[in-house]
Design a binder for this molecule. Structure first.
Ligand SMILES: Nc1nc2c(ncn2[C@@H]2O[C@H](COP(=O)(O)OP(=O)(O)OP(=O)(O)O)[C@@H](O)[C@H]2O)c(=O)[nH]1
Length: 594
């Protein structure tokens, strides 16, 4: 089993309350003070990419960033992923159907139902399911070509990697967005009508003797012990067809964001955009606060080799939507709509989804402020908070975002997970499952070393800054030019926030004291000790550090500003405490339910 996924499961089993309870309310602490003072050098960032120009392009080459470092993670790992899918219906893709694997989610559970809700709509084969699979399941983009079948019924999933970023995502079948308007997919069309949360509908979760069952009727027979009745359903479908307003209320009223996926390679767009504007007007009537996002998707391949072609396409779409909305009686800008150019073959879909997800986070301004202070205090160039599992960044400081730096940071996460998975103390099949020796379980999540004191310094492209080897006792903290560490060590919070943990990497093997922390994630490639430093050949440093469950801070800083690493760690520790004190972090969803 891929430890990456394993770690996620582990988190889910784990109630990380202890870190929350140890949180301090002192949000500013030592990183307080000082406003953002940041000078950005985009050129530097761009130049450090080195090999990855092709990866960024998103041109005809269809590079494979997502799959790149995780290898061919196949979708069989899905059951380990902390998302719960309700395939229902025909569910052609087995991996999509978690029925029977115990990973069942009750979407009527108030804790799940109250999560922000993202709706994925759009025509058939626009790429909705592919987006989900690539981002949340690490499916290789090429795999989507042959592994995905048409979505037959509404599929819902909980994304709950990190306490700060939880939501449900609803993937509608292709025609579903046209329901109620006589399209092929009218309610129940093709065996996949949707009545979320209502009795007698297609996608209803019933409780049956304590076992959650998915009430599903796809023409293949009733799989539920409930009271589904085909006549009643037909009646209900007929009612919905006559009165789509009911469905609108059920579907849109509780939604936070509507993502409409448009296949940019499937011109002309007239028909699709008519349906889109119709959907949007109904959505906005049912829920005026819903955020509408359009993914102009599949902007790759020979049709979109140049950026101009992509921008032209987006402009066309925007113009047509504006015209359609005007025809429907909406003034320009009456409905705010965001447009994103996306493709699963490059980083653009991560960037777009990151922006969508950020809007779901009520604490976003606070996060941004905390990162501003950190960046300013530590003279960093840029700092991102990444959801490690999906590699979406959920927040950054307020300086402009450079796509290439995001991509670089995102790739770093892959590197850390991969190297940790292979060389970590418990990774790569080295786990001593029977061994009563937790003393040796110190996952070596720092790049560059297993049992090597130089572990936290890795050079990419030369210019390695080899640290003095510290061959002392197992618990000695390496001391070199970072040595002004009294503060951080003395500060010694009750958790593992102390900034020196990464200095200990490689030295606790054999030590007799069990570290009672999150661990929660035995075998995890990402845990509270995870950190990594990559020195780039152009004098920049990438620094990754765990700050919360499956949440990583990835900073970009100049090498000369990275000398006081202990101070940086100390400030990151303060950031970590502040994050844990955020109300969102303290909330928990069902334990073991998803
Ligand atoms: N070139 C290209 N193809 C893509 C992209 N995203 C998805 N596809 C392909 O589009 C096809 C349809 O993808 P799906 O994800 O099944 O589309 P869907 O919108 O979920 O379709 P339904 O399930 O019918 O609603 C697959 O063959 C994908 O490989 C993309 O960014 N670029």
């Amino acid at each position: 089993m891929d430890p990456y996924y394993s770690s996620i499961n582990q988190y889910y089993d784990d109630d990380d309350g202890e870190s929350i309870s140890s949180a301090s309310n002192d949000r500013n602490g030592p990183i307080g003070g000082g406003g953002p003072a940041w000078g950005r050098d985009g050129g530097v960032v761009a130049s450090m990419m080195g090999q990855s120009d092709d990866d960024i392009g998103g041109g005809g080459g269809m590079p494979e960033i997502v799959a790149g470092l995780n290898g061919d993670d196949d979708d069989d790992d899905d059951e380990n992923f902390m998302t719960g899918y309700r395939g229902g219906g025909a569910g052609g893709d087995n991996s999509n159907n978690n029925a029977g694997n115990g990973n069942v989610v009750d979407f009527d559970d108030p804790r799940i139902a109250s999560l922000p809700r993202i709706l994925l709509m759009g025509p058939r084969r626009a790429g909705k399911t592919s987006i989900q699979r690539v981002v949340f399941h690490k499916m290789s983009p090429h795999e989507t070509l042959f592994r995905l079948e048409a979505t037959q019924t509404l599929e819902r999933a909980v994304v709950d990697h990190t306490p700060l970023c939880r939501f449900t995502i609803w993937d509608f079948p292709g025609e579903q967005y046209e329901y109620g308007h006589g399209g092929a997919g009218g309610v129940g069309g093709g065996g996949g009508g949707v009545s979320p949360g209502t009795g007698g509908g297609m996608n209803v979760i019933n409780k049956d003797g304590g076992v959650e069952r998915y009430a599903n009727e796809d023409g293949g027979g009733d799989v539920d012990g409930g009271n589904n009745n085909s006549n009643a359903q037909q009646q209900q479908q007929q009612q919905h067809a006559n009165d789509p307003g009911d469905d609108d209320d059920q579907i849109f009223a509780m939604a936070t964001a509507l993502i409409f996926v448009l296949d940019a390679q499937d011109e002309p767009y007239d028909h699709v955009l008519q349906s889109f504007t119709d959907t949007v007007t109904r959505a906005v009537r049912a829920n005026p606060t819903i955020a509408v996002e359009v993914f102009v998707h599949k902007v790759d391949g020979e049709l979109f080799l140049s950026d101009e072609a992509k921008y032209d396409c987006r402009r066309d779409v925007m113009q047509q939507v504006a015209d359609e909305l005007a025809d429907a009686g909406f003034s320009r800008d009456a409905i705010p709509i965001s447009y994103h150019l996306t493709s699963i073959y490059d980083h653009s879909v991560f960037e777009a989804l990151s922006r969508v997800v950020q809007r779901l986070i009520p604490e976003l301004p606070t996060l941004e402020h905390l990162l501003n202070v950190l960046v300013s205090t530590c003279s960093m160039e840029k700092a991102y908070l990444f959801d490690v599992a999906s590699k979406l960044y959920i927040s950054t400081d307020s300086s402009p975002v450079d796509m290439q730096s995001v991509e670089l940071c995102s790739d770093m996460i892959d590197v850390v997970l991969d190297v940790s998975g292979i060389y970590g103390a418990w990774g790569g099949g080295k786990r001593n499952t029977g061994g009563p020796t937790p003393t040796t379980r110190r996952p070596m999540t720092s790049l560059g070393g297993v049992g090597d004191e130089d572990a936290d310094v890795t050079s990419m492209g030369g210019d390695a800054r080899a640290r003095d080897a510290n061959q002392g006792g197992p618990n000695e903290i390496s001391s070199d030019d970072d040595d002004d560490e009294d503060g951080p060590i003395g500060w010694n919070a009750n958790d593992d926030v102390d900034g020196e943990d990464d200095e200990l990497l490689g030295k606790l093997v054999g030590h007799n004291e069990i570290t009672p922390s999150v661990e929660d994630d035995a075998g995890s490639a990402y845990d509270s000790d995870s950190s990594s430093t990559i020195h780039l050949s152009n004098g920049m440093v990438l620094y990754l550090k765990e700050v919360d469950t499956m949440l990583a801070l990835v900073c970009l800083t100049r090498a000369e500003n990275f000398r006081k690493k202990s101070l940086i760690n100390y400030n990151i520790g303060c950031l970590k405490k502040a994050l844990m004190a955020l109300p969102q972090s303290a909330q928990k969803i069902s334990e073991g339910g998803t």
